[in-house]
Design a protein around this ligand. Structure first.
Ligand SMILES: [Zn+2]
Ligand SMILES: [Zn+2]
Length: 281
């Protein structure tokens, strides 16, 4: 889209924004500190992640998308994964999350066990990438590890997604799930042209989606969509009364900076709490 620059990995600026957020919102201090630690470790690894093996050619990528039947085009086997990096990221993520009381002790132990069991790790991560359908989480020992795997895989997935996003045309994609990795959005951005772009929670790919339709159940009945703005007007929340899920959005029409998922996901924690209190998930 002409008015949208490609997603940027401007970590230093993200970290500066996070520090500013913490200064103005001491209640978010621990969440900000955790996010900065995660960004720093992810940045270290992302610098050496290899490009995915998918053919990075616009014609090829657009044809893949057209023939995908709604499925994601980036296959797990396209990802160039250095498993020692993944083990490091899982360990370090779990340790940071435990320090900031964002992970239960037993889940920390599970993450640790997963890293020690080198043979099992690729299958667990493959199952997570496929949407957890490869094996029931309760049976594969990965239960409770979703938030850890999401962070640990981020440098690999964003590296692959950036490379594809730079060469693909997503204007015809109108689904609620990510065209690249199949993930769900957990944030959106409202552009100055009042379009709503969904942002993948896993690979950060962005695609345009109808402003008021629920991306999770495709409910388009406006009577069943509750939308409200944060007190400062910087964020909006769309909650669906059909499936009871919600999505947050950064309103770039009133902003001095572009959307930064790593910052905005922390800045909107109070909105999450408000939505959950109203019974949404
Ligand atoms: Zn994605
Ligand atoms: Zn819904």
């Amino acid at each position: 889209m002409a008015d949208q620059p490609p997603p940027q990995r401007a970590e230093p600026r993200e970290i500066a924004e996070l520090r500013r957020l913490k200064a103005g919102n001491p209640d978010l201090g621990s969440a900000v500190d955790l996010q900065i630690e995660l960004l720093q470790m992810q940045r270290r690894v992302q610098a050496r992640v290899a490009l995915p093996s998918i053919k990075l050619d616009s014609e090829h990528l657009n044809a893949l998308l057209a023939a995908s039947g709604g499925g994601p085009i980036l296959q797990f086997d396209h990802l160039k994964i250095d498993w020692s990096d993944v083990r490091y990221l899982i360990r370090a993520t779990a340790a940071a999350m435990r320090t900031h009381e964002a992970l239960e002790d037993q889940d920390f132990q599970r993450a640790d066990a997963l890293c020690r069991d080198g043979a099992r790790l690729p299958e667990i991560v493959r199952g997570w990438y496929a949407g957890g359908t490869a094996a029931a989480p309760a049976e594969n020992g990965a239960e409770g590890l979703d938030p850890v795997l999401l962070q640990a895989m981020r440098p690999i997935l964003t590296r692959a997604a950036d490379a594809v996003m730079a060469r693909i045309d997503l204007s015809a994609w109108n689904r609620g799930t990510c065209p690249l990795c199949g993930g769900e959005p957990d944030l959106a951005v409202i552009t100055p042209a009042a379009d709503r772009l969904l942002i993948c929670s896993r690979c950060s790919a962005r695609w345009r989606f109808h402003q008021l339709t629920c991306p999770f159940c495709l409910n388009a009945d406006r009577e069943k969509i509750t939308s409200f703005a944060s007190r400062d007007g910087q964020y909006r929340l769309f909650a669906c009364d059909a499936c009871e899920r919600y999505l947050k959005a950064y309103d770039a029409r009133k902003a001095s900076r572009p959307v930064m998922p790593a910052v905005d996901s922390v800045a909107t924690l109070p909105l999450d709490a408000a939505a959950i209190q109203k019974g949404y998930r």
